[in-house]
Design a binder for this molecule. Structure first.
Ligand code: SAH
Length: 263
């Protein structure tokens, strides 16, 4: 079930596995010819940054994972980043990673629920939401908060697993990956617009991110029998890999990137 407690437990207990399997970027890679996973993960961030009009100084990274993006934005763009994550364990990892990368002064991390967070009015130039909104029960309410916390001219970067809950495959992905529901690109666009933001880009990156899961599948197969010895949460995650690959291949699940600006 995609309850807040279950999501927290998932990211607390799978922190080690995510790091081992995929590294400290817990998001898809954007694969161009010859890219390995580490390059593809950074490429997705670079691609998203390239879609923005400008990368402002104050960034809120909602669902910041292990801090991979926050560190990158601090290093490459000189941003000050506040990252929030539901997982205490991730918050510690992200904090340590930022300090180790030498950007501890620029990056702050708090363990907090994004759906209950007190978003300060007109405080941020960029709200970065990469593969976290899938877990939110009230996505419309979340975008209202984004609209409030952005300064005029500030931007939202959203990347999300997208698809219609009328599809059984998409439903199964949502259930297995602890998402109360997935939304279609159109649902996201209208909720973002309803929050007073102007959608500038809505891109489908599916064909270029699917390899993420093919690689995860290969790695899980290579781990072979060892996977059976891992905790149930990990085995469920591994079992979900083929479900997601099938959902992508069917075209019923897609990967969407949206940027929107507060007028
Ligand atoms: N954006 C990161 C991590 C994506 S994984 C990256 O790209 O690497 C999903 C993230 O969403 C995790 O950090 C998880 O803790 C966070 N998350 C999920 N539900 C949340 C909630 N209600 N409040 C805050 N963070 C949440």
């Amino acid at each position: 079930m995609g309850t807040t407690a279950a999501i927290r437990e998932h990211y607390d207990s799978l922190a080690f596995i995510y790091r081992t399997f995929w590294g400290d970027h817990i998001h898809h890679g954007l694969f161009l010819d010859g890219d390995g996973p580490a390059r593809a993960q950074v490429r997705l961030i670079e691609y998203c940054v390239g879609l923005l009009g400008a990368v402002g100084r104050d960034v809120l990274d909602v669902g910041c994972g292990h801090g991979g993006t926050a560190i990158r934005l601090a290093e490459q763009c000189g941003c000050r980043v506040l990252g929030i994550t539901i997982s205490e364990k991730q918050a510690h990892i992200a904090h340590d990673n930022a300090a180790r990368a030498g950007v501890g002064e620029q990056v702050s991390i708090v363990a907090a629920d994004a759906e209950a967070f007190a978003y300060p009015a007109e405080r941020f130039d960029l709200v970065w939401t990469m593969e976290s909104s899938e877990h939110f029960a009230d996505k419309s309410g979340y975008f209202q908060n984004v609209g409030r916390t952005l300064r005029a001219g500030g931007e939202l970067l959203l990347s999300a697993w997208t698809g219609s809950m009328t599809s059984p495959r998409v439903q199964e992905v949502a259930t297995r990956f602890l998402c109360p529901e997935l939304w279609t690109r159109e649902q996201y666009e209208s909720a973002v617009a309803a929050a007073g933001l102007r959608v500038r880009v809505a891109d489908d990156l599916s064909p270029r991110v699917l390899r993420t899961w093919e690689i995860c599948s290969q790695r899980a197969k290579a781990a072979g029998v060892a996977v059976k010895l891992l905790p149930a949460a990990v085995r469920e995650f591994v079992a979900g890999i083929d479900v997601i690959i099938e959902a992508y291949r069917s075209g019923e699940m897609t990967y969407t990137v949206i940027t929107a600006q507060k007028p």
